[in-house]
Design a protein around this ligand. Structure first.
Ligand SMILES: CC(C)(COP(=O)(O)OP(=O)(O)OC[C@H]1O[C@@H](n2cnc3c(N)ncnc32)[C@H](O)[C@@H]1OP(=O)(O)O)[C@@H](O)C(=O)NCCC(=O)NCCS
Length: 160
């Protein structure tokens, strides 16, 4: 099995759409927004403010990460989306995607990466994933997504 992390191409769309639609954590609305960002990136490239990397497992898309510089900041970047095929999780693909995005951010003189996520129980493995990669919870907005569902802001700082 060979895993390759590379910029997303139009040819990845069908499989990535399938992966997003099969991800139980994501609502229909979230899938629609995720696909919209992909469309923007495929049309306009990184000039759009979105950067997308695909993880290809034996040449087949198995996940992706969408990130970009946070507008109106100097050196702050956001991870907007990350998803790995439900049948291929827990094999290090998410870690490889996140590490690749972090390396690109560092090369671009990024100082920190922020990630927004939900406090819901169903996101516990997602939070474990980020904890493991040294992201700390630095803010919480109670009841942000819906009553009882807080928004958590996670951050990782890169030493200059
Ligand atoms: C979060 C996600 C991208 C992780 O991808 P992945 O390929 O499964 O992650 P990895 O195999 O690289 O896991 C890395 C580490 O994360 C943690 N982790 C991942 N899945 C976990 C689980 N089910 N339970 C506990 N810890 C978990 C572990 O520390 C793991 O390291 P280990 O396997 O050596 O113990 C994937 O689970 C996913 O797509 N989830 C649904 C979508 C989502 O929540 N996206 C984020 C929105 S903010």
């Amino acid at each position: 099995l060979t895993l390759k992390i590379r910029p997303m191409t139009g040819g990845d769309m069908a499989k990535i759409t399938e992966i997003l639609e099969a991800t139980p954590e994501f609502t229909r609305e979230e899938v629609a927004v995720a696909l919209e960002l992909i469309d923007i990136y495929l049309e306009r490239g990184t000039g759009s403010g979105y950067h997308i990397l695909t993880a290809a497992l034996d040449y087949e898309p198995a996940g992706y990460v969408c990130y970009g510089p946070t507008p109106m900041t100097a050196g702050t970047w956001d991870i907007y989306w990350i998803a790995v095929d439900g049948t291929k999780q827990r094999r290090g693909i998410g870690r490889a995607l996140l590490t690749a995005a972090e390396e690109k951010v560092k090369k671009a003189s990024g100082r920190m990466v922020l990630i927004e996520t939900s406090s819901k129980d169903s996101y516990e493995k997602t939070r474990a994933f980020y904890r493991d990669r040294e992201y700390g919870v630095i803010a919480r907005i109670p009841d942000f997504y819906s009553p009882g569902d807080d928004k958590l802001v996670l951050r990782k700082i890169f030493e200059g």
